[in-house]
Design a protein around this ligand. Structure first.
Ligand code: HEM
Length: 401
């Protein structure tokens, strides 16, 4: 009897402590959580859920075959690295690895810097005003950087800007359809999905995206025949080469077909653009929530940049140790791509370095110029393919004096 009373008192004290314990500011819990088990019941149907970081790395390095759910992306991405089966993934990944070497990525920093400088200028219209939604600004910045580093073309006129917008919008719609299908068990069956309105919608989106990328590849191929380089002689001599050119080099050895090159390009842009934007958005909101963290980032920036307006170079990036730690902690707490599925047989390393370099550059430019204010408690997340906040991605900016 005494023991039961003791357990009841302990439970009451624990419940009271749970409700009153001090908490760091954090976003509201996603609807549907149950006491103790949280959202675990939503995982019914998964054979095994791995959350431990070391276990995730082991699975990522050893398990290459993906569950059937990845096939939903095949109409667009087919043999691209995310959806490819193990047999295709291994040789293609080997051929693509050099395109993501540190040497190649270093040549991209100048472009990340140029685009970050443009972004900071565009953000000036918001400085000193009410909180605003930073996502459209970051999306534009990321897609423009990708356009240059992946495809090799500077979006220089209105027509190209429009193409970029159409591409980004169609990719969003494609991801939305994938998520709708993932969440409706009956649509997993190809026979039912093929009869649904979603299939018609998907066909139209895939056609739009394929048309854009195919036109870009054809244009570049004909330019290469005439020995025209993407931008300027300066870039050719600095070793800069877009991913498309690297893929076309491999294609000329008849290893990749044009269709495979298209699938790789669409995959890389699709994998990069939303995940990077969402990670930077949450990072800015978190930095705006924790003034002490922002002060420490600024201290580091002041140590590295004697002149706060000088261009960032690749040599500065390794010195931004604290900023990188803040980005990594953001990704640990709010991972942009929160779910990965494998049958017990890719490393994510390929995307890690490129994403880190572009995000560090962009954040360094923003934080050198502006003081950021945000509140992570206002963020309401939605877990689509990418973890995104559906409302509350507002920050405010004050010009640093
Ligand atoms: C913060 C930003 C990013 C995050 C959180 C992220 C996360 C991930 C994750 C979790 C995967 C595994 C997906 C799966 O297998 O289901 C992945 C794969 C991939 N990502 Fe990223 N990514 C980011 C940025 C980028 C960038 C900037 C690029 C390209 C420049 C990129 C290109 C890729 C590619 C090609 C794959 C497939 C790799 C393979 O299977 O060999 N990602 N990424």
């Amino acid at each position: 009897m005494f023991l039961i009373v003791l357990i009841l008192i302990w439970c009451a004290v624990f419940a009271l402590w749970w409700f009153v314990k001090p908490r760091h500011p954090s976003p509201p819990v996603y609807p549907g959580a149950l006491p103790i088990i949280g959202h675990a019941h939503r995982m019914l149907g998964s054979e095994l859920l791995v959350t431990d970081l070391d276990d995730c790395l082991t699975v990522a390095n050893t398990c290459l075959e993906k569950p059937y759910l990845y096939d939903f992306g095949k109409p667009l991405y087919d043999r691209g690295l995310v959806t490819a089966n193990a047999l295709t993934w291994k040789p293609h990944r080997k051929l693509l690895n050099p395109a993501f070497s540190q040497q190649i990525l270093n040549t991209f920093v100048q472009e990340y810097s140029e685009q970050a400088r443009c972004l900071v200028t565009e953000l000036a219209t918001e400085a000193g005003k009410d909180p605003f939604d930073v996502v459209p600004y970051l999306l534009k910045n990321v897609i423009r950087s990708l356009y240059k580093t992946v495809i090799g073309v500077k979006p220089s006129d209105n027509e190209q800007e429009m193409t970029l917008k159409t591409y980004a919008h169609a990719t969003d719609s494609f991801f939305g359809l994938l998520e709708d299908r993932l969440q409706s068990a009956w649509l997993h069956l190809p026979v039912i999905f093929n009869m649904s309105y979603l299939k018609k919608k998907q066909d139209a989106i895939v056609k739009t995206l394929k048309n854009i990328t195919e036109t870009i590849i054809m244009k570049r191929k004909s330019e290469r025949k005439q020995n025209v380089y993407a931008d300027s002689i300066k870039e050719v001599t600095s070793g800069y080469k877009s991913l498309l050119d690297l893929l076309l080099d491999v294609g000329e050895k008849e290893v990749f077909t044009d269709e495979e090159i298209r699938e790789h390009l669409d995959t890389i842009i699709g994998a990069a653009y939303d995940s990077t934007t969402r990670a930077m958005t949450v990072c800015l909101i978190l930095i705006g929530t924790y003034p002490n963290v922002q002060a420490r980032i600024l201290e580091e920036l002041q140590e590295v940049f004697d002149d706060p307006d000088r261009d960032l170079t690749r040599h500065d990036l390794p010195k931004l140790v604290y900023l990188e730690a803040v980005l990594k902690e953001t990704l640990r707490l709010y991972p942009s791509a929160p779910r990965v599925g494998r049958y017990s047989e890719s490393t994510v390393k390929l995307s890690k370095q490129s994403a880190m370099m572009s995000m560090k550059t962009t954040l360094a430019y923003i934080l050198r110029r502006y003081r950021v204010t945000g509140d992570i408690r206002n963020v309401q997340s939605k877990c689509d393919l990418i973890l995104k906040s559906v409302i509350g991605h507002k920050i405010s900016l004050q010009l640093r004096t």
